[in-house]
Design a protein around this ligand. Structure first.
Ligand code: GLN
Length: 535
């Protein structure tokens, strides 16, 4: 059996250079050459996972099939490649330390002093080797920037891996920035030189430098960087700014990144196949028509909070040959203003997921507007809950209807915590996380869209629809079109007689990929396209 290869991706100079997308793009390139890949993210912060962090701090929490709450970069990995990430694909320093401390408490270390080297570094190495069991190539992205105190144990662990394995089995790719300083009219290589030096000081010689720059690096700059970084010029690759992130694998390949990776890892180009991807990117870049979607949410000031959602809308737009223009509306601002004014040029309204009471009143007004004005409406998780509460208040005539998340004492509890629901015992975790199956009702909008009876989608929520109200909402025209068969939980609601109104308890955005756009998003955009803008 050929030996598994490991590519470590580190970042230098500053954060937000797009290391996650760089890692995902390398994965995409390797798959195009016919290799099986696995991707792992190592995050140096101390939270055990990002599940407890605010979306303003950390951006979106990406949920895997098996219910791990992970870094949003895992979303890029899934969208750029065919891999399925899992609990094994994201390790934080907190999770690594938790494991070490548990072992220490159990007495597993047999009286030894427990130390960063070797105990913490061994756990990091174990996480890397575990994820690579079935892959030809494993990509490991190290979060943070080289030079941070907290990333040191991770860098030490990956240095050791380089020492333990064969030379052609390990590759270190370092992403840096080559800024253009306007006043000097020059590209500056010094930050890259310093960052490479910092890596070398801890014993890692990068094999490839990916240099972010506004324009391709001229030959003399490449030469200079190569000299200072102790590399051949071919190992210095320009990573220029592009129109769409999905073009990055194609550009990297053109810049020679694919060829040099194959050469250094002694791998053959088994089948060059980036045709479908290339065609899709070409289409995505050529769209001239637009559709405007209003996102009424509470984290709109921090667009990373809705990463997968925006990507899913983009994929669905390409499938419909339209560019999706996003109008981000802070739901807080809708509470006391006329929603008709804020939403007048919008062809579809989407309320995404969220936690906590802030902004709920504005969302309720947006739903009322969409429902009564026949504007396509898509409610995701919290969006579905708010849509059902609005219906209960304004159509069933229950003005105090609410979720107990927002009003624990209300007389009409439309959504309840899972464990408060009768006949459903505590599932051990107080959130429903990961993939659950759902049976669709025949002749429903959902069934028409998915074209199959049984689907499965990913969840991340605490509250569920209260079955006591099922009959009442159905009787007044809100159909329950999808249910989880094991626990009889409501998964999808829709409105009869409305052009397109659907709320789902799950997060379909996590499963959308460029070449497999999610059917719910595709259908939503298709219907939004038909709405004429009132001017
Ligand atoms: N806050 C809601 C719940 O916990 C919705 C969560 C979400 O939108 N992801 O059920």
């Amino acid at each position: 059996m050929p030996k598994t290869r490991y590519i470590f991706i580190t970042g230098g100079v500053l954060s937000s250079l797009g290391k996650g997308i760089a890692a995902a793009s390398i994965g995409n390139i390797l798959e195009s050459y016919g290799y099986n890949i696995s991707i792992l993210k190592l995050d140096p912060y101390l939270n055990v996972d990002p599940g407890t962090m605010s979306p303003f701090q950390h951006g979106e929490v990406f949920v895997t099939e098996d219910g791990a709450e992970t870094d949003l970069d895992l979303g890029h990995y899934e969208r750029f490649t065919t891999t399925q990430t899992s609990q094994k694909s994201n390790w934080t320093a907190g999770r690594i330390y938790e494991k070490v401390i548990l072992k220490e408490r159990r007495g597993d270390y047999l009286g030894k002093t427990v130390q960063v080297i070797p105990h913490v570094t061994d756990e990091i190495k174990a996480a890397v080797f575990e994820v690579g069991k079935t892959a030809d190539v494993v990509l490991i992205e190290i979060g943070g920037t080289v030079g941070d105190i907290e990333s040191l144990p991770f860098l030490e662990a990956i240095r050791q891996i380089g020492l333990e394995l064969d030379e052609a089995q390990v590759l270190y790719v370092h992403l840096t920035l080559v800024p253009f300083i306007k006043t000097a009219g020059e590209l500056k290589t010094k930050p890259t030189q310093h960052s490479v030096k910092a890596l070398q000081e801890i014993g890692i010689q990068p094999d490839i430098l990916l240099c972010r720059a506004e324009t391709p690096l001229p030959a003399d700059i490449k030469k200079k960087i190569a000299l200072f970084a102790n590399l051949k010029e071919e190992a210095v690759v320009s990573a220029v700014d592009v129109e769409t992130i999905y073009e990055i694998p194609l550009i990297y390949k053109k810049e020679g990144l694919g060829a040099i990776i194959l050469k250094k890892l002694k791998l053959k180009d088994r089948q060059d196949d980036s045709l479908a991807w290339g065609k899709w990117v070409k289409l995505a870049k050529s769209l001239s028509k637009e559709v405007t979607i209003g996102i009424v949410g509470k984290y709109v000031k921090h667009s990373d909070a809705y990463k997968s959602l925006f990507e899913a809308l983009f994929h669905a737009g390409v499938a419909n040959h339209v560019r999706v223009r996003l109008n981000l509306i802070d739901s807080d601002n809708l509470a006391d203003s006329d929603p008709g004014e804020a939403l007048k040029n919008i062809q579809g309204i989407l309320i995404p997921g969220g936690f906590g009471i802030r902004g709920i009143d504005g969302m309720l007004r947006a739903v009322e507007y969409a429902r009564s004005q026949g504007v396509p409406f898509f409610g995701i998780c919290l969006g579905m809950q708010v849509a059902t509460v609005e219906f209960s208040r304004n159509v069933l005539g229950l003005p105090d209807a609410h979720s107990t998340e927002f009003d624990p004492q209300t007389g009409h509890k439309i959504f309840l915590k899972l464990k408060e629901l009768k006949n459903i015992e505590n599932m051990g975790h107080n959130m429903r996380l990961g993939s659950y199956s759902c049976i669709l009702r025949k002749n429903s909008l959902a069934f028409k869209i998915y074209k199959q009876e049984k689907i499965s989608e990913r969840h991340r929520h605490r509250y569920e629809f209260n079955p006591e109200f099922e009959y009442m909402i159905e009787n007044k025209g809100m159909r329950i079109s999808g249910k989880n068969p094991e626990r009889n939980l409501v998964e999808i609601v829709e409105l009869s007689g409305h052009p397109w109104f659907l709320g789902c308890q799950f997060h379909p955005e996590f499963k959308s990929r460029p070449l497999q756009p999610h059917p719910l998003f595709v259908s939503f955009i298709e219907h939004a396209k038909r709405i004429k803008i009132k001017s």
